[in-house]
Write a protein that binds this ligand. Structure first.
Ligand code: NI
Length: 175
């Protein structure tokens, strides 16, 4: 396994449509392993092949804190979606930034695994958000196109949230 270089916003590979995977070659297997390793190393919850410069329809996702529930999805497609959730989102290709994006609250995704078996998985909440975000990468889209309001600096936003929490704490103590 090896770490791959993550491409950042401005790199034209992130704006291109990725191609369907028809055969799982040793190269594709190595790519999937490297992507998982790269995602874990970077502390991300998902990574799409175009983010490491490869225009193939392949994403890896693991939203768990324990980092023990990885999904490797080939040729993923959202076949059902409903509801709505609005919240902050970030991307390894847009380091240090966060922005508010509205996504469906529930999706059903159909994909192939590394043995080309077909799966359908239902996902809600943050997992549904991660799936939508990663699938957008396969069509050359970044979440920044969908941000409501301003793209925020992650460090600044974190500081603001801490201050708000402290203020709420003080108000509780005063009451
Ligand atoms: Ni991303």
């Amino acid at each position: 396994m090896a770490l791959r270089t993550i491409r950042e916003m401005g790199d034209s590979v992130l704006e291109k449509k990725a191609k369907t995977i028809k055969d799982v070659t040793p190269r594709i297997r190595a790519l999937a392993e490297d992507m998982l390793e790269t995602m874990y190393e970077s502390g991300g919850v998902g990574l799409a092949a175009p983010q490491v410069g490869i225009l193939k329809r392949l994403v890896v996702i693991d939203i768990t804190e324990e980092r023990d529930e990885p999904y490797t999805m080939l040729n993923p497609e959202i076949i059902e979606q409903d509801g709505e959730q609005t919240g902050y989102e970030g991307c390894l290709s847009v380091p240090g930034k966060l922005g508010v994006v509205t996504r469906p609250n529930r999706v059903v995704v159909r994909y192939n695994d590394l043995d080309m078996n077909e799966w359908e998985m239902e996902a809600e909440d943050f997992l549904a958000r991660a799936i939508c975000h990663e699938l957008d990468h396969l069509d050359g889209h970044l979440y920044v196109e969908k941000v409501e309001g301003e793209l925020r600096d992650a460090a600044e936003l974190e500081k603001e949230m801490e201050e708000e929490a402290e203020q709420a704490q003080e108000e509780t103590e005063e009451a």
